[in-house]
Design a protein around this ligand. Sequence first.
Ligand SMILES: *Cc1c(COP(=O)(O)O)cnc(C)c1O
Length: 434
Amino acid sequence: MPKPLKTDQSKKLFQAAQKHLVGGVNSPVRAFKGVGGTPLFFSRGKGPYLIDVDGNRYLDLVGSWGPLILGHADTTVLNLVRRTIRKGLTFGAPSPLETQLAVQVKKAFPSVEKIRFVSSGTEAVLSVLRLARAATQKKRIIKFNGCYHGHGDSLLVAAGSGAATLGLPDSPGVPEEFASLTLSLPYNDLGAVESAFSKYSDIAAVIVEPVAGNMGLVPPKPGFLKGLRDLTAKNQALLLFDEVMTGFRVAFGGAQELYGIKPDLTTLGKVIGGGMPVGAYGGRQELMSQVAPEGPVYQAGTLSGNPVAMAAGIATLKKLAEPSFYEKLGGSAAFVEEGVRRAVQKTGAPVVFQRVGSMATLFFCPHSIENYEQAKNSDRKKYAAFFWAMAQRGVYIPPSQFEAWFFSAALTQENLKKIVKAIGESLNEALEAN
Ligand SMILES: *Cc1c(COP(=O)(O)O)cnc(C)c1O
């Protein structure tokens, strides 16, 4: 048995934080409600490691929820950021780095002819919905249960199973009138999308995580994305790929490259900011030219495209373009997948490991998962025990069953072996726990 985790300093800091910050955090999942106990406070990250304020060192499989595909404090990224910072943090006016990052993104995403940078994924999604509604002159949006697209009003709707139930708000403060324009359907269910289109003539767009990561990792079933492409085209609606998580993650060109589907509009974030706050949206010239100042669809941002964020993105994407980057990264995740398979064979643990590229989730559920309704069958208590068992063994995984693990290129073969060993032991511990 490993030693119990020392968390005195984290506990102290969390107590202080709770006096001043809502729930002691600035984003809800960080409060560890999904696994219990005190959130770990971190003081630094280096390569594959996160180090907490009590001095515990963890191999990090969260990567700040996706952006840190190169690991923590990557030297190339820090160097360019440092050089950029010396010249000032923001101008509120054009600077050369914006075009540079735009060119890099377009190289990876041929469906993106024009791009607009913003400061978060949430902002990118809000902007792209406004554009889709303006371009189609229709109101209604289809999304999928369990897909997260940021916290915009019309997207905080996941309620209602079954086909085409009218959306009910997921949060107080979202007026029913807004929510009623969002249809939330089961992921991977083309039939539900088809029925929605035959029932409503005012559907502007279908927005989807082309590989779902926000209910835990759930891949699209074969034909699902192609079906969405066909149904939207047939009904004069737009197809929006929310690749904030999958862009530059499941492949250089995101899920649209991996599955060979061209959406009308794409949102990006996370990896393209290399650890700084960045989002982006883009698509065909004819659509994007409706955005101000080329067109009437208003969208703006004081810090949008600021040089520091652009620099972090530029340095990151440059490294991702190196030959075999994604083969190697996917190989790391596949090595752990194989380790889990062996552990499950040995222990008969009722778990399933779902993976696309360097994103994965270990569900405490005996069957594979195609949608949120099924994901909810997972044993969250066992996951919580597993989380803490892993932490004790020096591996930090997401503090929630419904989040994806992210592998980074900084993980060495030795690190991966340690992760596999920790998983085997932690599975045993979690299965014994009640
Ligand atoms: C993280 C995420 C967002 C929101 O991005 P923020 O930068 O947190 O606002 C939107 N869509 C998807 C698919 C995401 O994973």
